[in-house]
Write a protein that binds this ligand. Structure first.
Ligand code: ZN
Ligand code: ZN
Length: 135
């Protein structure tokens, strides 16, 4: 009997924890800066592009851009529309490639995007980032 009750208690605690966590998540989320979680696949979103998180998403309009996994069924409305380069008009890349090695930030607080070497990007847009692929 005792063991039974203990088990039940444990289950209740677990349930409470799960409910609590999901309530906290569906709340307004303005409290502390917590790592953002994907509302679709529930993984912790990355603040920068990695091979595991190549999909740029913007959960709130004008909010920060995060990166989720490419298995995620993120609605189109939540996908970050990668802007075009204001100078050379190519669509910018969300991550460093050989073709797009120049890191730029077009808006204050916006994500770092990458443009081609040949672009005459004004210096105010240039970002000096440490290479993210080394760890
Ligand atoms: Zn996701
Ligand atoms: Zn450009």
């Amino acid at each position: 009997m005792n063991i039974h009750l203990k088990k039940l208690g444990l289950i209740l605690i677990l349930v409470a924890a799960i409910v609590g966590a999901s309530l906290a998540f569906s709340g307004h989320g303005h409290k502390k800066v917590m790592p953002a979680k994907c509302p679709v696949c529930h993984m912790t979103l990355s603040t920068h592009w990695t091979k595991a998180t190549p999909v740029a998403v913007q959960l709130k309009k004008n909010g920060p851009v995060y990166y989720c996994c490419n298995k995620c069924k993120m609605p189109k409305s939540a996908l970050y529309k990668v802007p075009k380069c204001p100078v050379c008009h190519m669509t910018l890349s969300t991550h460093w490639t050989k073709m797009t090695p120049v890191a730029v930030r077009l808006t204050k607080g916006g994500p770092v995007l990458y443009c081609c070497k040949g672009c005459h990007m004004p210096a105010k847009y240039l970002v000096h980032v440490k290479k993210t692929h080394k760890k």
